[in-house]
Write a protein that binds this ligand. Structure first.
Ligand code: MN
Length: 231
């Protein structure tokens, strides 16, 4: 195939303990999947969660043991952190049964759904899309992807985010309103999932603003840490 100019390199995330990369196809994100966070965003905590998307090349991979760097984005005065469990899809499918959904999981990672909250809030008020608030460049910092067979992700694993050493977000994965299989089943009703899809599963309560110089340290028990400096 002849291209009119060289196509961009595929978006990719390192695989933990290996030299290979996971190629990213799409990034789906679940909104309001922890009741306490749904309440802090003005909901009742009982609404059904929903999806939005980020572009695949919004990933900002951070190797194990490294401190990633994220430039404070333009057009916002309220950049906020959202620590999330990320599902890496290895087998595609449409209308996947929840009972069979875990067979579609290739691995898991720690991710940050970085958000221009002021732009998202304005979009909500005006009934406009969230793209500028959620789907901007480098808005998806992510640690290495751990293969399912090689990670011990407990049902009640802790998920936590510290900013400059202080705990800002803390919960456990059993607090997800929609479980991992339910998220995969529901998402696959609307889209044919493909190998390479990433699904950000939602954030616990405690989202807040960050500033240049801040050090974000996210962790999910069994998946290690994700460190990021805002510059
Ligand atoms: Mn989120």
């Amino acid at each position: 195939m002849q291209f009119v100019f060289p196509p961009p390199a595929p978006a990719a995330v390192p695989v933990a303990g290996d030299s290979v990369f996971f190629p990213v196809h799409r990034i789906y994100c679940v909104g309001r999947n922890y009741a306490e966070h749904a309440r802090e965003m003005g909901g009742t905590g009982r609404e059904a969660p929903f999806f939005f998307m980020k572009p695949a090349d919004a990933v900002l991979p951070v190797p194990i043991g490294a401190i990633g760097q994220m430039a404070y984005p333009t057009q916002t005065a309220d950049l906020q952190h959202e620590i999330e469990l990320v599902i890496a899809v290895g087998k595609g499918g449409h209308d996947i049964d929840a009972e069979a959904a875990l067979q579609h999981v290739w691995g898991y990672a720690v991710g940050l759904d970085m958000t221009r909250r002021d732009l998202q809030g304005e979009a909500k008020k005006l009934g406009r899309p969230w793209c500028t608030g959620k789907g901007f460049d480098y808005s998806a910092p992510i640690g290495p992807i751990h293969r399912v067979a090689q990670c011990a992700l407990a049902a009640n694993a802790s998920i936590e985010l510290k900013v400059n050493g202080s705990v800002r977000q803390h919960s456990t994965l059993d607090q997800l309103i929609w479980s991992i299989p339910e998220i995969i089943a529901y998402c696959s009703k609307f889209y044919a999932l493909q190998p390479g899809d990433l699904i950000f599963t939602g954030t616990p309560a405690g989202v807040a603003a960050v500033a240049p110089g801040d050090l974000l340290e996210g962790a999910i028990a069994g998946l290690g840490a994700l460190s990021l400096r805002i510059v």
